[in-house]
Design a protein around this ligand. Structure first.
Ligand code: FAD
Length: 397
């Protein structure tokens, strides 16, 4: 089959449905949520009831079965309306459900994936620690074998959904000497497990609807059914989840960019200075044109990467090595360019709005604060460039 850049009628209908839902249900609460800095429980509940928290998960496991392209559509639309809701869905779906769907046993899928995809339970993903961010394989939370299970001790940092999650996909060191090469394992840790608690929740510049929590583990005993994948497979599981996350984050950034462009166009047409709408000044036109060019390029990048992930499927044992490397590089490219172009566009949109763009509570001012984190989380953009460079040097351009 040749290259077909069009969405199917079903995908177009999905986008329309999501857009209407978000405009009616989510958009009206965003300004108040940003101000109160509270988790938007009611709208999350409504989105869960729509199936949006299991959108790419196969129907056999409680999801809508709409794949990564459908999921990118959801995130793009969320990005247009509110980054916090996008991050809550992303942490749950990309980073929470992917590890269970791709690496879980049938029993684990029934127990943890099905309720998560149905929107009955919320997930989080916890890799980062106080001493290990970019160098994530150097984590120190220890998982020591005891009987046929493990005892976990340590502390994790900056966990999105960490305060609300029912279950956390949590990475811990089963052999610190080996680091990322076989020394890290993935565990499913349920809220309420003795010794497991939520610590400090951060105050942040943006993403005010999300929790960013510390998690504390003090001798948390887990049975063998809580180990995801094999012992030592955790780093690979985390990176697979992040490949999904980086494309969906790219989709959300694309949505943020498109919203900034739409708002700027409308404002530039309507705002008059020196007797003419400011849209008639070339300095403004160039900003708008730059945003539109980036949006067009990003749309292609995001959906090509999502379609590639759909073609690869959800069974990592069937993946070809080169295809897997290409997927990782595509995800890094999408995440890096999308987050930077979105930040740039939102910055220019703020400039186009003049003083109004700097006023607390305007959509542009909120977007400006919300967008910045996308250059940092799910791997900083320096790390994305390293991922691309490494692949460039091993596999070539
Ligand atoms: C709001 C928020 C939500 C988050 N959500 C989650 C979550 O849900 N789960 C989770 O596990 N984590 C989460 N994180 C953590 C996030 O992924 C990390 O903050 C990020 O990966 C960077 O790690 P760090 O903060 O330790 O920075 P560091 O790794 O200390 O980096 C500091 C600086 O050094 C640069 N740097 C580091 N190494 C290199 C290198 N080799 N070459 C060049 N430059 C380098 C970095 O790019 C950065 O500019 C979240 C963070 C925030 C702020």
């Amino acid at each position: 089959m040749g290259i077909d850049f069009s969405f199917t009628p079903e995908q177009e209908a999905l986008r329309d449905g999501i857009r209407k839902f978000l405009e009616n249900e989510v958009a009206p609460v965003v300004a108040a949520m940003d101000e109160s800095e509270e988790f938007p429980e009611a709208t999350v509940r409504k989105m869960q009831q729509q199936g949006y928290f299991g959108l790419p998960v196969p129907e056999a496991y409680g999801g809508l079965g709409l794949g990564k392209v459908g999921y990118a559509i959801l995130l793009e639309e969320l990005g247009r309306v509110d980054a916090s809701h996008g991050a809550i869905v992303g942490a749950h779906t990309s980073l929470g459900t992917t590890p269970i769907l791709y690496y879980g046993t049938e029993e684990q899928k029934r127990r943890w994936l099905v309720p998560a995809a149905r929107g009955e339970k919320l997930l989080a993903f916890s890799l980062t620690e106080p001493g290990s961010g970019s160098d994530s394989g150097a984590l120190r939370t220890a998982a020591v074998p005891r009987g046929d299970g493990f005892v976990l001790t340590g502390s994790k940092l900056y966990v999105t959904n960490g305060r609300e999650a029912d279950t956390v996909v949590l990475l811990a060191a089963t052999d610190p000497k080996l680091g990322p090469n076989g020394g890290v394992s993935a565990f499913l840790v349920d809220r309420g497990t003795p010794g497991f608690r939520v610590g400090r929740c951060e105050k942040k510049m943006g993403l005010h609807g999300t929790s960013t929590a510390e998690l504390v583990l003090e001798g948390v005993e887990l049975g063998p059914e809580h180990l995801l994948g094999g012992v030592g497979q955790g780093f690979s599981i985390a990176m697979t989840a992040l490949d999904v996350g980086r494309v969906s984050l790219g989709a959300a950034s694309l949505g943020g960019l498109e919203a900034a462009l739409g708002q700027s166009l409308a404002f530039a047409r309507e705002r008059t200075q020196f007797g003419r709408p400011i849209s008639e000044y070339e300095a403004i036109q160039f900003k708008l044109a730059e945003m539109a060019m980036h949006a067009q390029a990003l749309r292609l990048l995001v959906y090509a990467a999502a379609a590639h992930q759909d073609r690869m499927g959800i069974d990592p044992t069937r993946w070809d090595r080169a295809d897997r490397a290409r997927k990782t590089r595509e995800a890094a490219t999408v995440k890096c360019l999308a987050s930077e172009w979105a930040s740039e566009a939102i910055d220019e949109a703020l400039q186009i709005h003049g003083g109004l763009g700097y006023i607390r509570g305007t959509p542009i001012e909120r977007a400006y604060r919300d967008a910045r984190i996308s250059e940092i989380f799910e791997g900083t953009n320096e790390i994305q460039r390293l991922v691309v460079a490494r692949d460039l040097l091993t596999r070539g351009p």
